[in-house]
Design a protein around this ligand. Structure first.
Ligand code: C6P
Length: 421
Protein backbone atom coordinates (compact mmCIF):
# COMPACT_ATOMS: atom_id res chain seq x y z
CA UNK A 1 0.00 0.00 0.00
CA UNK A 2 1.33 3.40 -0.92
CA UNK A 3 -0.12 4.80 2.28
CA UNK A 4 1.78 2.32 4.45
CA UNK A 5 5.21 3.78 4.71
CA UNK A 6 8.26 2.21 6.15
CA UNK A 7 9.99 3.97 8.98
CA UNK A 8 13.11 5.75 7.84
CA UNK A 9 12.29 5.83 4.15
CA UNK A 10 12.17 9.62 4.17
CA UNK A 11 8.68 10.01 2.74
CA UNK A 12 6.66 12.81 4.26
CA UNK A 13 3.28 12.14 5.83
CA UNK A 14 2.02 15.70 5.74
CA UNK A 15 -1.52 16.32 4.70
CA UNK A 16 -1.17 20.09 4.32
CA UNK A 17 -2.56 21.39 1.02
CA UNK A 18 -0.20 21.71 -1.91
CA UNK A 19 -0.76 24.72 -4.13
CA UNK A 20 0.30 23.16 -7.41
CA UNK A 21 -0.94 26.08 -9.55
CA UNK A 22 1.34 28.42 -7.59
CA UNK A 23 4.32 26.07 -7.83
CA UNK A 24 3.87 25.66 -11.59
CA UNK A 25 4.41 29.40 -12.01
CA UNK A 26 7.99 28.87 -10.79
CA UNK A 27 8.78 26.68 -13.83
CA UNK A 28 8.64 28.73 -17.06
CA UNK A 29 9.19 25.69 -19.30
CA UNK A 30 5.84 24.21 -18.30
CA UNK A 31 3.83 27.05 -19.83
CA UNK A 32 4.26 26.03 -23.45
CA UNK A 33 2.45 24.01 -26.04
CA UNK A 34 3.92 21.00 -27.84
CA UNK A 35 2.34 19.80 -31.07
CA UNK A 36 -0.42 22.32 -30.46
CA UNK A 37 -1.26 20.87 -27.03
CA UNK A 38 -0.32 22.09 -23.55
CA UNK A 39 2.93 20.41 -22.53
CA UNK A 40 2.43 17.56 -20.05
CA UNK A 41 5.89 16.86 -18.75
CA UNK A 42 6.06 13.37 -17.25
CA UNK A 43 9.73 12.59 -17.81
CA UNK A 44 11.05 13.89 -14.51
CA UNK A 45 13.02 10.73 -13.71
CA UNK A 46 15.17 11.47 -16.77
CA UNK A 47 15.58 15.19 -16.01
CA UNK A 48 13.36 17.43 -13.93
CA UNK A 49 12.64 21.03 -14.92
CA UNK A 50 14.44 24.07 -13.59
CA UNK A 51 12.67 26.85 -11.64
CA UNK A 52 13.15 30.52 -12.56
CA UNK A 53 15.18 31.21 -9.40
CA UNK A 54 17.77 28.64 -10.48
CA UNK A 55 17.85 30.06 -14.01
CA UNK A 56 18.32 33.54 -12.52
CA UNK A 57 21.12 32.36 -10.24
CA UNK A 58 22.95 30.85 -13.23
CA UNK A 59 22.52 34.05 -15.23
CA UNK A 60 23.78 36.17 -12.35
CA UNK A 61 26.88 34.01 -12.07
CA UNK A 62 27.56 34.35 -15.80
CA UNK A 63 26.81 38.08 -15.87
CA UNK A 64 28.57 39.14 -12.68
CA UNK A 65 30.81 36.42 -11.26
CA UNK A 66 32.09 34.16 -14.03
CA UNK A 67 35.66 33.30 -13.20
CA UNK A 68 37.78 30.33 -12.16
CA UNK A 69 37.67 29.18 -8.54
CA UNK A 70 40.34 28.48 -5.91
CA UNK A 71 43.00 30.06 -8.13
CA UNK A 72 42.71 33.83 -8.21
CA UNK A 73 43.27 36.47 -5.58
CA UNK A 74 41.13 38.78 -7.67
CA UNK A 75 37.61 39.88 -6.84
CA UNK A 76 35.67 37.77 -9.37
CA UNK A 77 37.53 34.59 -8.54
CA UNK A 78 36.84 35.10 -4.88
CA UNK A 79 33.14 35.69 -5.54
CA UNK A 80 32.93 32.57 -7.70
CA UNK A 81 34.78 30.54 -5.07
CA UNK A 82 32.48 31.79 -2.32
CA UNK A 83 29.40 30.89 -4.37
CA UNK A 84 30.77 27.44 -5.31
CA UNK A 85 31.79 26.57 -1.74
CA UNK A 86 28.49 28.02 -0.53
CA UNK A 87 26.70 25.51 -2.75
CA UNK A 88 28.72 22.71 -1.15
CA UNK A 89 27.58 23.81 2.30
CA UNK A 90 23.97 23.86 1.06
CA UNK A 91 24.38 20.27 -0.15
CA UNK A 92 25.85 19.30 3.22
CA UNK A 93 22.82 20.62 5.06
CA UNK A 94 20.41 19.14 2.51
CA UNK A 95 21.66 15.59 3.07
CA UNK A 96 22.78 16.16 6.68
CA UNK A 97 26.42 15.24 6.11
CA UNK A 98 28.71 15.90 9.04
CA UNK A 99 31.15 18.08 7.10
CA UNK A 100 31.05 19.85 3.74
CA UNK A 101 34.37 18.23 2.75
CA UNK A 102 32.44 14.95 2.60
CA UNK A 103 30.49 16.36 -0.37
CA UNK A 104 32.45 16.00 -3.61
CA UNK A 105 31.11 17.79 -6.67
CA UNK A 106 30.82 15.63 -9.80
CA UNK A 107 28.92 15.98 -13.08
CA UNK A 108 26.27 13.48 -12.06
CA UNK A 109 25.55 10.06 -10.71
CA UNK A 110 27.42 8.14 -13.41
CA UNK A 111 30.61 10.08 -12.81
CA UNK A 112 30.07 9.77 -9.06
CA UNK A 113 29.80 5.98 -9.06
CA UNK A 114 32.85 5.77 -11.33
CA UNK A 115 34.73 7.98 -8.87
CA UNK A 116 34.05 5.48 -6.08
CA UNK A 117 34.87 2.54 -8.34
CA UNK A 118 38.26 4.02 -9.24
CA UNK A 119 39.06 5.56 -5.87
CA UNK A 120 37.77 2.85 -3.54
CA UNK A 121 37.21 -0.25 -5.67
CA UNK A 122 40.52 -0.30 -7.48
CA UNK A 123 42.37 0.18 -4.20
CA UNK A 124 40.48 -2.20 -1.92
CA UNK A 125 39.00 -4.92 -4.15
CA UNK A 126 41.20 -7.90 -5.06
CA UNK A 127 40.93 -11.27 -6.79
CA UNK A 128 38.35 -13.53 -5.15
CA UNK A 129 36.44 -10.61 -3.56
CA UNK A 130 32.75 -10.01 -4.17
CA UNK A 131 30.65 -6.93 -4.86
CA UNK A 132 26.89 -7.03 -4.34
CA UNK A 133 24.50 -5.07 -6.56
CA UNK A 134 20.75 -5.47 -6.91
CA UNK A 135 18.66 -6.87 -9.75
CA UNK A 136 17.02 -3.49 -10.32
CA UNK A 137 20.15 -1.32 -10.73
CA UNK A 138 20.62 1.29 -13.43
CA UNK A 139 23.53 0.49 -15.76
CA UNK A 140 25.50 3.23 -13.98
CA UNK A 141 25.54 1.04 -10.86
CA UNK A 142 26.32 -2.21 -12.72
CA UNK A 143 28.83 -1.51 -15.47
CA UNK A 144 31.56 0.20 -13.37
CA UNK A 145 31.49 -2.72 -10.90
CA UNK A 146 31.58 -5.24 -13.71
CA UNK A 147 34.61 -3.45 -15.17
CA UNK A 148 36.26 -3.59 -11.75
CA UNK A 149 35.46 -7.29 -11.33
CA UNK A 150 36.96 -8.05 -14.74
CA UNK A 151 40.09 -6.10 -13.91
CA UNK A 152 40.58 -7.63 -10.46
CA UNK A 153 39.18 -11.14 -10.88
CA UNK A 154 36.39 -10.34 -8.42
CA UNK A 155 32.76 -11.51 -8.66
CA UNK A 156 29.53 -9.56 -8.98
CA UNK A 157 26.65 -10.93 -6.88
CA UNK A 158 23.06 -9.87 -7.49
CA UNK A 159 20.24 -9.43 -4.95
CA UNK A 160 17.13 -10.84 -6.64
CA UNK A 161 13.68 -9.25 -6.57
CA UNK A 162 10.11 -10.54 -6.52
CA UNK A 163 7.43 -10.01 -9.18
CA UNK A 164 6.37 -6.75 -7.57
CA UNK A 165 9.88 -5.33 -7.94
CA UNK A 166 10.92 -5.61 -4.29
CA UNK A 167 14.35 -6.83 -3.23
CA UNK A 168 14.48 -10.14 -1.39
CA UNK A 169 16.26 -9.24 1.81
CA UNK A 170 16.79 -12.78 3.05
CA UNK A 171 18.56 -13.61 -0.21
CA UNK A 172 20.60 -10.44 0.24
CA UNK A 173 21.60 -11.50 3.74
CA UNK A 174 22.68 -14.88 2.36
CA UNK A 175 24.94 -13.18 -0.21
CA UNK A 176 26.89 -11.24 2.42
CA UNK A 177 30.06 -13.02 3.47
CA UNK A 178 33.70 -12.42 4.33
CA UNK A 179 34.56 -11.94 0.64
CA UNK A 180 32.06 -9.09 0.20
CA UNK A 181 33.90 -5.80 -0.23
CA UNK A 182 31.06 -3.42 -1.16
CA UNK A 183 27.28 -3.34 -1.51
CA UNK A 184 25.94 -1.01 -4.24
CA UNK A 185 22.18 -0.43 -4.24
CA UNK A 186 19.82 2.21 -5.57
CA UNK A 187 17.60 4.13 -3.17
CA UNK A 188 14.69 4.38 -5.62
CA UNK A 189 14.35 2.45 -8.88
CA UNK A 190 14.13 4.62 -11.99
CA UNK A 191 12.42 1.81 -13.92
CA UNK A 192 10.01 0.47 -11.26
CA UNK A 193 9.62 3.28 -8.75
CA UNK A 194 10.44 0.93 -5.84
CA UNK A 195 11.77 2.58 -2.68
CA UNK A 196 14.35 0.21 -1.27
CA UNK A 197 14.72 -0.19 2.52
CA UNK A 198 18.16 1.38 2.48
CA UNK A 199 18.54 1.72 6.23
CA UNK A 200 17.97 -1.99 6.64
CA UNK A 201 20.27 -2.84 3.71
CA UNK A 202 23.04 -0.70 5.21
CA UNK A 203 22.56 -2.14 8.70
CA UNK A 204 22.85 -5.73 7.44
CA UNK A 205 26.02 -4.93 5.48
CA UNK A 206 27.57 -3.08 8.41
CA UNK A 207 27.00 -6.07 10.66
CA UNK A 208 29.53 -7.81 8.42
CA UNK A 209 31.77 -4.72 8.22
CA UNK A 210 30.90 -4.06 4.56
CA UNK A 211 30.47 -0.48 3.30
CA UNK A 212 27.44 0.50 1.21
CA UNK A 213 27.16 2.80 -1.79
CA UNK A 214 23.66 4.18 -2.39
CA UNK A 215 22.72 5.40 -5.86
CA UNK A 216 20.54 8.31 -4.85
CA UNK A 217 19.74 9.59 -8.36
CA UNK A 218 16.00 8.97 -7.88
CA UNK A 219 15.98 9.16 -4.08
CA UNK A 220 17.19 12.72 -3.55
CA UNK A 221 14.44 14.33 -5.71
CA UNK A 222 11.57 12.61 -3.81
CA UNK A 223 12.69 11.72 -0.29
CA UNK A 224 14.22 13.54 2.64
CA UNK A 225 17.82 12.38 2.70
CA UNK A 226 19.74 12.08 5.94
CA UNK A 227 22.99 10.28 5.21
CA UNK A 228 23.84 10.01 8.90
CA UNK A 229 20.51 8.41 9.71
CA UNK A 230 20.82 6.00 6.76
CA UNK A 231 24.45 5.48 7.77
CA UNK A 232 25.30 5.19 4.04
CA UNK A 233 29.02 5.16 3.32
CA UNK A 234 28.52 6.76 -0.10
CA UNK A 235 25.40 8.51 -1.39
CA UNK A 236 25.43 9.71 -5.01
CA UNK A 237 23.21 12.45 -6.47
CA UNK A 238 22.51 13.88 -9.94
CA UNK A 239 21.50 17.56 -9.82
CA UNK A 240 19.53 17.53 -13.08
CA UNK A 241 16.98 15.19 -11.52
CA UNK A 242 16.38 17.60 -8.64
CA UNK A 243 15.62 20.88 -10.38
CA UNK A 244 19.24 21.92 -11.03
CA UNK A 245 21.11 22.15 -14.34
CA UNK A 246 22.87 19.22 -15.99
CA UNK A 247 26.53 18.88 -15.04
CA UNK A 248 25.83 19.12 -11.32
CA UNK A 249 26.01 16.25 -8.86
CA UNK A 250 27.47 15.04 -5.61
CA UNK A 251 29.35 12.12 -4.15
CA UNK A 252 28.77 12.08 -0.42
CA UNK A 253 31.31 9.84 1.29
CA UNK A 254 32.27 9.36 4.91
CA UNK A 255 35.46 11.35 5.47
CA UNK A 256 37.42 8.38 6.80
CA UNK A 257 36.68 6.41 3.61
CA UNK A 258 37.33 9.32 1.23
CA UNK A 259 40.62 9.96 2.95
CA UNK A 260 41.76 6.37 2.45
CA UNK A 261 40.78 6.36 -1.24
CA UNK A 262 42.90 7.08 -4.28
CA UNK A 263 42.07 10.20 -6.29
CA UNK A 264 39.94 9.70 -9.41
CA UNK A 265 41.20 12.20 -11.98
CA UNK A 266 44.65 13.74 -11.78
CA UNK A 267 45.42 17.36 -12.63
CA UNK A 268 45.16 20.89 -11.31
CA UNK A 269 43.47 21.82 -8.02
CA UNK A 270 43.70 18.28 -6.58
CA UNK A 271 47.36 18.48 -5.61
CA UNK A 272 49.42 19.81 -2.73
CA UNK A 273 52.84 19.58 -4.40
CA UNK A 274 54.03 18.34 -7.78
CA UNK A 275 57.54 17.41 -8.84
CA UNK A 276 58.56 15.07 -11.64
CA UNK A 277 59.45 12.55 -8.97
CA UNK A 278 56.28 12.66 -6.87
CA UNK A 279 52.92 14.36 -6.39
CA UNK A 280 51.19 14.78 -3.07
CA UNK A 281 47.46 15.31 -3.02
CA UNK A 282 45.24 18.00 -1.59
CA UNK A 283 42.87 17.27 1.28
CA UNK A 284 39.14 16.71 0.92
CA UNK A 285 37.20 17.64 -1.11
CA UNK A 286 39.77 19.01 -3.60
CA UNK A 287 41.58 15.66 -3.89
CA UNK A 288 38.59 14.46 -5.96
CA UNK A 289 37.94 17.63 -7.97
CA UNK A 290 40.69 17.85 -10.58
CA UNK A 291 40.53 20.61 -13.16
CA UNK A 292 37.99 23.38 -13.54
CA UNK A 293 34.63 22.04 -12.37
CA UNK A 294 31.13 22.86 -13.64
CA UNK A 295 31.03 25.99 -11.50
CA UNK A 296 27.78 27.45 -12.85
CA UNK A 297 25.99 24.09 -12.61
CA UNK A 298 27.02 23.45 -9.02
CA UNK A 299 26.02 26.98 -8.00
CA UNK A 300 22.73 26.15 -9.72
CA UNK A 301 22.43 23.03 -7.56
CA UNK A 302 22.86 25.24 -4.50
CA UNK A 303 20.07 27.49 -5.79
CA UNK A 304 17.85 24.44 -6.44
CA UNK A 305 18.38 23.37 -2.83
CA UNK A 306 17.43 26.87 -1.66
CA UNK A 307 14.31 26.57 -3.78
CA UNK A 308 13.42 23.15 -2.32
CA UNK A 309 13.99 24.48 1.18
CA UNK A 310 11.57 27.32 0.45
CA UNK A 311 8.80 24.76 -0.14
CA UNK A 312 6.90 22.65 2.36
CA UNK A 313 8.78 19.50 1.41
CA UNK A 314 6.66 17.15 3.50
CA UNK A 315 3.61 18.43 1.66
CA UNK A 316 5.45 18.09 -1.68
CA UNK A 317 6.35 14.47 -0.93
CA UNK A 318 2.82 13.65 0.17
CA UNK A 319 1.45 15.29 -2.98
CA UNK A 320 3.80 13.26 -5.19
CA UNK A 321 2.51 10.12 -3.50
CA UNK A 322 -1.03 11.20 -4.19
CA UNK A 323 -0.16 11.71 -7.88
CA UNK A 324 1.41 8.28 -8.15
CA UNK A 325 -1.57 6.60 -6.47
CA UNK A 326 -3.97 8.50 -8.75
CA UNK A 327 -2.02 7.60 -11.90
CA UNK A 328 -1.76 3.96 -10.82
CA UNK A 329 -5.51 3.80 -10.32
CA UNK A 330 -6.24 5.50 -13.66
CA UNK A 331 -3.92 3.35 -15.77
CA UNK A 332 -4.80 0.11 -14.00
CA UNK A 333 -8.44 0.73 -14.90
CA UNK A 334 -7.63 0.70 -18.64
CA UNK A 335 -8.00 -2.74 -20.20
CA UNK A 336 -4.79 -3.85 -21.89
CA UNK A 337 -2.49 -1.79 -19.64
CA UNK A 338 -0.14 -3.59 -17.25
CA UNK A 339 1.87 -1.78 -14.59
CA UNK A 340 5.46 -2.98 -14.25
CA UNK A 341 6.61 -2.47 -10.67
CA UNK A 342 3.93 -2.87 -8.02
CA UNK A 343 6.04 -2.60 -4.88
CA UNK A 344 4.31 -1.56 -1.65
CA UNK A 345 6.76 1.34 -1.31
CA UNK A 346 6.97 3.44 -4.47
CA UNK A 347 7.65 6.98 -5.51
CA UNK A 348 8.10 9.00 -8.65
CA UNK A 349 7.90 6.59 -11.56
CA UNK A 350 5.12 4.53 -13.13
CA UNK A 351 6.21 2.04 -15.80
CA UNK A 352 3.60 0.34 -17.94
CA UNK A 353 3.16 -1.76 -21.04
CA UNK A 354 0.19 -1.98 -23.37
CA UNK A 355 -0.72 -5.35 -24.83
CA UNK A 356 0.49 -5.70 -28.44
CA UNK A 357 1.87 -2.14 -28.63
CA UNK A 358 5.59 -1.39 -28.52
CA UNK A 359 6.45 1.21 -25.85
CA UNK A 360 8.22 3.33 -28.48
CA UNK A 361 4.93 3.63 -30.36
CA UNK A 362 3.26 4.58 -27.08
CA UNK A 363 5.88 7.31 -26.53
CA UNK A 364 5.53 8.63 -30.06
CA UNK A 365 1.74 8.84 -29.94
CA UNK A 366 1.79 10.45 -26.50
CA UNK A 367 4.26 13.02 -27.81
CA UNK A 368 1.76 13.97 -30.52
CA UNK A 369 -0.60 14.77 -27.63
CA UNK A 370 2.05 16.99 -26.01
CA UNK A 371 2.85 14.37 -23.35
CA UNK A 372 6.51 13.69 -22.57
CA UNK A 373 7.17 10.18 -21.20
CA UNK A 374 10.19 7.97 -21.62
CA UNK A 375 9.96 4.74 -23.60
CA UNK A 376 12.71 2.14 -23.59
CA UNK A 377 14.71 0.07 -21.14
CA UNK A 378 15.58 3.09 -18.97
CA UNK A 379 19.22 1.99 -18.80
CA UNK A 380 18.03 -1.00 -16.78
CA UNK A 381 18.15 -3.88 -19.24
CA UNK A 382 18.34 -6.55 -16.49
CA UNK A 383 15.03 -5.23 -15.12
CA UNK A 384 13.41 -5.66 -18.52
CA UNK A 385 14.81 -9.19 -18.73
CA UNK A 386 13.51 -9.99 -15.23
CA UNK A 387 9.98 -9.00 -16.30
CA UNK A 388 10.39 -10.61 -19.71
CA UNK A 389 9.58 -7.44 -21.67
CA UNK A 390 11.69 -5.46 -24.17
CA UNK A 391 10.85 -2.05 -22.74
CA UNK A 392 8.24 0.00 -20.92
CA UNK A 393 6.65 3.41 -21.24
CA UNK A 394 7.35 5.38 -18.08
CA UNK A 395 5.50 8.35 -16.67
CA UNK A 396 7.50 9.99 -13.91
CA UNK A 397 6.19 12.73 -11.67
CA UNK A 398 7.32 15.86 -9.91
CA UNK A 399 5.43 18.08 -7.47
CA UNK A 400 4.45 20.44 -10.31
CA UNK A 401 2.40 17.78 -12.13
CA UNK A 402 -1.37 17.73 -11.74
CA UNK A 403 -4.18 15.21 -11.63
CA UNK A 404 -5.55 16.86 -14.79
CA UNK A 405 -2.29 15.97 -16.54
CA UNK A 406 -2.73 12.39 -15.42
CA UNK A 407 -6.27 12.43 -16.83
CA UNK A 408 -4.76 13.65 -20.12
CA UNK A 409 -2.25 10.80 -19.99
CA UNK A 410 -4.98 8.24 -19.34
CA UNK A 411 -7.09 9.53 -22.27
CA UNK A 412 -4.06 9.44 -24.55
CA UNK A 413 -3.25 5.86 -23.48
CA UNK A 414 -6.84 4.92 -24.28
CA UNK A 415 -6.37 6.53 -27.69
CA UNK A 416 -3.20 4.46 -28.29
CA UNK A 417 -5.18 1.30 -27.59
CA UNK A 418 -7.88 2.39 -30.04
CA UNK A 419 -5.29 3.15 -32.76
CA UNK A 420 -3.81 -0.35 -32.42
CA UNK A 421 -7.04 -2.31 -31.95
N1 C6P B 1 18.39 7.78 -15.12
C1 C6P B 1 16.36 7.85 -16.45
O1 C6P B 1 15.68 8.28 -17.36
P1 C6P B 1 23.25 10.49 -14.75
O2 C6P B 1 22.81 10.21 -16.15
O3 C6P B 1 24.70 10.23 -14.53
O4 C6P B 1 22.80 11.81 -14.24
O5 C6P B 1 22.43 9.44 -13.83
C2 C6P B 1 22.54 8.07 -14.07
C3 C6P B 1 21.52 7.35 -13.25
C4 C6P B 1 21.98 6.56 -12.20
N2 C6P B 1 21.12 5.93 -11.39
C5 C6P B 1 19.79 6.03 -11.55
C6 C6P B 1 18.88 5.34 -10.59
C7 C6P B 1 19.28 6.80 -12.60
O6 C6P B 1 17.95 6.89 -12.75
C8 C6P B 1 20.16 7.45 -13.49
C9 C6P B 1 19.64 8.21 -14.66
C10 C6P B 1 17.72 8.47 -16.21
O7 C6P B 1 15.98 6.95 -15.71
C11 C6P B 1 18.53 8.54 -17.46
S1 C6P B 1 19.00 6.93 -18.03
Amino acid sequence: MLAERQAGNGVGDAASPWDVARVREDFPVLAQTVNGKPLVYLDNAASSQVPQVVIDRGSRYLQEEHSNIHRGVHYLSQRATTAYEGAREKVRRFINARESRECIFVRGCTEGINLVMHGYGRKFVAAGDEIIVSAMEHHANIVPWQMLCEEKGATLRVIPMNDAGELLLDEYEALLNERTKLVCVMHVSNALGTINPIKEIVARAHKQGVPVLVDGAQGAPHLTIDVQDLDADFYIISGHKMFAPTGSGVVYGKAELLERMNPFLGGGDMIRTVTFEKTTYAGLPNKFEAGTPAIASQIGLGAAIDYLNSLDRRAAHAYEHELLAYATEKLTAIEGVRIIGTAREKVGALSFVIEDVHPHDVGTILDQEGIAVRAGHHCAQPVMKRFNIPATARASFAFYNTKEEIDTLASAVQKVIEVFS
